[in-house]
Design a protein around this ligand. Sequence first.
Ligand code: FES
Ligand code: FES
Length: 156
Amino acid sequence: MPFTIKVNGNSHSVDVDGDTPLLWVQRDVLGMTGTKFGCGMALCGACTVHIGGAATRSCITTIDSIGTAQITTIEAIGGAPAGAKIQKAWLDHEVVQCGYCQSGQIMSASALLASNPHPSDADIDDAMSGNICRCGTYVRIREAIKLAAQTNEKAG
Ligand code: FES
Ligand code: FES
C-alpha cells in the first residue's frame, strides 16, 4: 500500500508492504544507497538515520511506524549544523578506513552533537557504543567528536 514519507525535506510516496524496513525503501525504492546494511538486526549501527532528530536503526524501523516524522539520511546530514561539524572533523582527523560503517557512525555522532553540544567521554561512549567498526576506528571517532564539540565551544 502507499505510504508518504518525508526524507531530507522531500515527500516521497512509496508503494510497499507496511512491514518493509525503512532501509530497504531508502536503498531499493528511493535509490539512496549512502545508508548501509550490516546486520539487519539493530546490532551494528551501519543503517543509522535520524527520525525526528533521533539516531534510529533503519533496518528494524518499519515504514508503517514512521508517520509524518522527518527522516534525515547521510545524503543530507551535511546540511545540518551538527552534521557539518561532524563531517569536517571526520575529514580533519582522517577517521575513515574502509568506510562501510561510517555513514552510520556520522549519523550517530551528529545526533549526539545536536542534542548535547559538549559531550563527556561517557556521553560519547554511550551514544556510539551501538555502532560497530570492523576496522577499529573508534579512537579517531572519539577524537573527531571532541574536535567537533570544541568547534561548538569556540562558537559559544
Ligand atoms: S544493519 Fe541496522 S543495525 Fe546493523
Ligand atoms: S571504517 Fe571499516 S568498518 Fe568502520
